[in-house]
Design a protein around this ligand. Structure first.
Ligand code: ATR
Length: 311
């Protein structure tokens, strides 16, 4: 995949952004601008510091300026839900929006993504909310780890925002047995109750606590590991990583957490969470542009931005 030529900014340049607070650390502009250039789009992607109490204004301002779309990160994903004119059914299930697509009504009354608007004035714009995070978890586990989730046994560590979405998405994927462990047990218990209500057809047996036997995958969805001084996210007395075939850490910086290093030493196939960031961004670009995202270009830009090297 070639690195596209970046057109100079002109009156025809269209804008996108990630809104967050804090947002200065975001790797999304590097990844998205590389992807957009590769597709030959005269678009730019910014990172905007938006405090939660100004989120509605910031969304309305972008819509008024006919932006293509925005991504939302901490702390906006839940707050944005009631601000949407329309919500994708999956985003409603996860209860969070990470991608907003601005859509314009054409003369025949159809809603067209602004990123795919041909020409002419736009009279009416709506905000269409999506969630590309949940599918990105499954895609990264499948592609970066080579793990087939359907019918598998998974130990999930963490029941915060990311852990909840992962648990629900794994159940939707048809994991056979899902073991939930969290420092605050009541949060894992609440998710265990939610799964059969949301996915009555799912074959997933949800259990609280560590598994007795082997698992296919152990997934860290806690934030323990972001700092060197953090405790380990699992209890080594209760569960040996040698009982897992694969290990995935949603954390991608540091590139190898103590959890991943221990899993690798125990013989597990391992992956960090950079792929999640990549695939949620690729899906957002596809929603806005209607084109297949250049995933390899975006991965390289992301890797270089996050780790400062190409490999
Ligand atoms: P996110 O949106 O990243 O999921 P979050 O909702 O704050 O952030 O959730 C953080 C997760 O990491 C929770 O599962 C949290 O456990 P609690 O629910 O008990 O708070 C977990 N976590 C954070 N620090 C931890 C630590 N030091 N040890 C174990 N788990 C930790």
């Amino acid at each position: 995949m070639s690195q596209g030529t970046v057109a100079p900014i002109s009156a025809a340049t269209r804008l996108c952004a990630v809104y967050g607070s804090p947002v200065r650390h975001s790797a999304s502009p590097a990844m998205q601008n590389a992807g957009m250039a590769s597709l030959g789009l005269d678009w730019r992607y910014l990172a905007c510091e938006v405090p939660p109490e100004r989120l509605r204004e910031a969304l309305m301002g972008a819509a008024a300026m006919r932006w293509v779309g925005v991504n939302l990160t901490v702390p906006h994903k839940l707050l944005a839900v009631p601000m949407m004119d329309l919500i994708d059914p999956a985003a409603r299930v996860w209860g969070a929006v990470n991608t907003v697509r601005f859509e314009a009504r054409d003369p025949s009354g159809d809603w067209v993504p602004i990123g795919q608007w041909r020409d002419g004035p736009i009279a009416e714009v709506r905000l269409h909310g999506f969630n590309t995070d949940a599918d990105a978890i499954v895609r990264s586990i499948r592609e970066d780890l080579g793990c087939e989730l359907r019918g598998s046994r998974v130990l999930l560590l963490g029941a915060g925002g990311a852990g909840r979405v992962a648990a629900l998405r794994l159940a939707a994927e048809g994991v056979r047995e899902l073991f939930l462990v969290n420092r605050t047990e009541s949060k894992a218990a609440a998710i265990a109750e939610e799964i059969p209500r949301l996915f009555p057809q799912s074959p997933t047996q949800v259990r609280l606590g560590y598994p007795a036997g082997a698992v296919d995958l152990v997934l860290n969805a806690t934030s323990a590991g972001l700092r060197e001084t953090d405790p380990l996210p699992w209890d080594g007395e209760a569960f040996s990583l040698g009982a897992a075939q694969m290990a995935y850490d949603m954390i991608y910086k540091p590139a190898e957490t103590r959890f991943l290093a221990a899993a690798r030493a125990a013989g597990c196939r391992v992956s960090n969470g950079l792929g999640m960031l990549l695939y949620q961004g690729a899906a957002a670009l596809e929603l806005w542009s209607g084109q297949v995202a250049p995933v390899d270009v975006m991965r390289l830009a992301l890797f270089t931005h996050v780790y400062g090297a190409t490999r």
